[in-house]
Ligand binder design. Structure first.
Ligand code: SF4
Length: 366
């Protein structure tokens, strides 16, 4: 039995791995990469079979944020030429979200830029959620509106919201290096508030922001302590015009190791492959499906994703099934040794600012 078998056994039993084991996954070499993926697949298959849940983002208020999150194209002072618009109207939100449902999404995520909503903003979003749910009662709605004030999570829950997303993004120790206008503790507090209101907690991270392996393990363990139902894993999209422009430090292999580590630490959470997958995993995206059980379909908040039809083809080609379609399946996984790091290559040409869908007159990518 190898250390990866041990790790997978623990995860299947929902046991927290030792910190050293999580670090070993990140430090493993390319010769072991498929063994890492196979071990993570055992865990993924145990809790989610070969289903892939599709989620669809709708940016309901874009850009012009007063916060300064260094990774974000919507931050104050961002020179990234992203779409900027205020709150979409209810009919626009329902139409955009419905397009995602037509493309196969089982959850729509309504995301607004800003530090956090006013009570009036929450009323506005609740109205849109109620309108959407009246047409799609079986589709989950996740709200992502920033830091919440007292009572706002309860109002969202009462309107039919399933989940609330608020990412920790990075470790507490690294947080001051990626944002100066709010603190890590504010983020932890909002995830807790949402959970206490009965909303399904969704919280994840962004990798590739200059963090260490220790930081990645810290944030994965911090997430485990919050027991989120879903954990989106983003890979930095280094937009020109933001402080992290030019930061291309991820390789496809490292992305897979990060995803696997998150899976071992949060074995039964819905681990979601999120922003940056196309530009960082590139041709290894199908391998990531063996680790994650959920992806975003279509475009991201301010950048374009690969065509929805290409995602559906990738899922089918890799032998997985879209959740909400048909029944489960079964295979199995082995192991082997060693390593050589691959240098990261800048690919600014792969970042495409979104110019379609919400806020434009062009159809969305679904
Ligand atoms: S991540 Fe959210 S809070 Fe931070 S700058 Fe971007 S929109 Fe604003």
């Amino acid at each position: 039995m190898t250390w990866l078998d041990d790790l997978a056994d623990k995860a299947v039993n929902r046991e927290l791995p030792a910190r050293e084991e999580a670090l070993a996954v990140l430090a493993s070499g390319d010769d072991e990469l498929l063994d890492v993926v196979a071990a993570a697949f055992r865990v993924r298959r145990r809790f989610f079979g070969r289903k892939v849940k599709l989620n669809y983002l709708v940016n309901i208020k874009s850009g012009l944020c007063p916060e300064d999150c260094f990774y974000c194209s919507q931050r104050v002072g961002s020179a990234a030429e992203v779409l900027k618009y205020t709150w979409l109207k209810t009919d626009e939100i329902v139409a955009s979200a419905s397009a995602g449902v037509a493309g196969g999404a089982r959850r729509v995520c309504l995301v607004a830029s800003g530090r956090g909503p006013t009570d009036r903003d929450v009323d506005r979003v609740c109205e849109s959620i109620e309108a959407f749910k009246s047409q799609h009662p079986d589709v989950e709605v996740c709200a992502c509106l920033g830091l919440l004030s007292a009572g706002q999570a309860d109002r969202l829950a009462a309107a039919g919201t399933t989940a609330y997303n608020h990412n920790l993004n990075t470790s507490g120790g690294h947080y001051a290096d990626i944002c100066s206008t709010h603190e890590y503790a504010d983020r932890v507090s909002t995830v807790t508030t949402a959970k206490e209101a009965g909303l399904s907690p969704c919280s994840g991270l962004i990798a590739g922001m200059g963090e260490t392996d220790e930081d990645l393990v810290d944030v994965a363990f911090a997430l485990r302590a919050l027991s989120p139902d879903s954990v989106p894993v983003n890979f930095l999209i280094p937009f020109e015009g933001t402080p992290l422009a030019g930061k291309w430090e991820l390789t496809p292999q490292r992305c897979l190791r990060i995803l696997a580590m998150v899976r071992f630490v949060n074995p039964d959470a819905e681990v979601r492959l999120a922003g940056g997958r196309e530009i960082h995993l590139r041709s290894l995206q199908p391998l990531a499906l063996h680790v994650v059980n959920s992806i975003f379909l279509g475009d991201y908040l301010t950048s374009e994703g690969q065509p929805g039809a290409a995602d559906l083809a990738m899922i089918a080609d890799a032998g997985f099934e879209v959740a909400g379609a048909s029944p489960a399946t079964e295979p199995d996984a082995p192991a082997t040794p060693h390593a050589t790091p691959t240098p990261a290559t800048p690919h600014p040409d792969l970042v495409h600012i979104r110019h379609r869908g919400p806020g434009t007159t062009l159809p969305a990518n679904t």
